[in-house]
Design a protein around this ligand. Structure first.
Ligand code: DGL
Length: 274
């Protein structure tokens, strides 16, 4: 029995989709969630910045003595896989589990991937899916409008601004006739109803967050790290704790009381601000 917490991080609210999925699979585990809300959106950052931020986020969670870390951020997972995979605390990102789930979609219709601009630019989602599904047509689309909308509360399927952004961003996937769409940014699960409304029930939505939670659960068991006491989640944000708590409570349907941690300087050494 290892009752140390599992760490989960994202740029903001998106990783809550992974935290919720993990909580369902592992009800007795303790979780520490970190939202780097002061620096959202990660999808607009450069690769160099993302490499630094990935390490800072991992080190922050490691400072809480977590036993395992989920980088619940497609942008970090696709730009900094080597940092996640070589980190001293066992860690995984959302890219590989999400792509593995996509590779099991039967048939030969095109497969869609949506993710942040920085993720699509990195090309790792496409490359990994091409490797597992050679010859299959892949449509990968950046959706830079989604995260700012979600973080500012535009999440309802009937929200006019969100509907417009979904139509505009996903039209090429609809035209291509994709049979499945990977939600390669963890924020996108929050707006799955709006995406489903636009694409219709015939398109399977594959959640990178849920796939990552499943993969984490299996790996934690394999490593002998399963815990059996607690079931508590602590939330931290580098942004405004009240705002994050209100948004997270609404999304999760439970009371979240986040604590504030000072934002990290991109040029500062890790630890300067803590
Ligand atoms: N939720 C993150 C992702 O999965 C980051 C989105 C952002 O901050 O741009 O990519």
């Amino acid at each position: 029995m290892d009752n140390r917490a599992i760490g989960i991080f994202d740029s903001g609210l998106g990783g809550l989709t992974a935290a919720a999925a993990l909580r369902e699979l592992m009800p007795m585990e303790n979780i520490i969630y970190f939202a780097d809300s002061a620096r959202v959106p990660y999808g607009a950052k450069s690769r160099d910045e993302l490499l630094i931020m990935a390490r800072q986020d991992l080190e922050l969670l490691a400072s809480f003595q977590v036993k395992f870390i989920i980088a619940a951020c497609g942008t970090v997972s696709s730009n900094a896989a080597h940092i996640i995979e070589s980190f001293p605390v066992p860690s995984l990102g959302v890219l590989k589990p999400g792509i593995q789930a996509m590779s099991r979609i039967p048939g030969d219709a095109p497969l869609g991937i949506i993710a942040t601009a920085a993720s699509i630019k990195a090309g790792a989602f496409r490359r990994e899916l091409e490797r597992l599904c050679p010859g299959r047509r892949i449509v990968d689309l950046p959706c830079p409008d989604f995260v700012p909308l979600i973080e500012s509360g535009h999440t309802g399927a009937d929200d006019p601004e969100l509907r417009e952004a979904v139509e505009h961003s996903l039209a090429p996937a609809k035209e291509a006739g994709v049979s499945a769409l990977l939600l390669g940014c963890t924020h996108y699960g929050i707006i799955a109803p709006a995406i489903r409304d636009f694409l219709g029930d015939g398109v399977e939505l594959v959640s990178a967050s849920k796939s990552a939670a499943q993969a984490a659960c299996e790996r934690i068991a394999r490593l002998g790290l399963t815990g059996g006491e607690g079931g508590e989640t602590l939330y931290y944000t580098s942004g405004d704790a009240g705002e994050f708590s209100a948004a997270a409570s609404g999304l999760l349907g439970l009371e979240v009381r986040a604590r504030h941690l000072p934002a990290m300087e991109i040029n500062g050494r890790y630890g300067d601000s803590f």
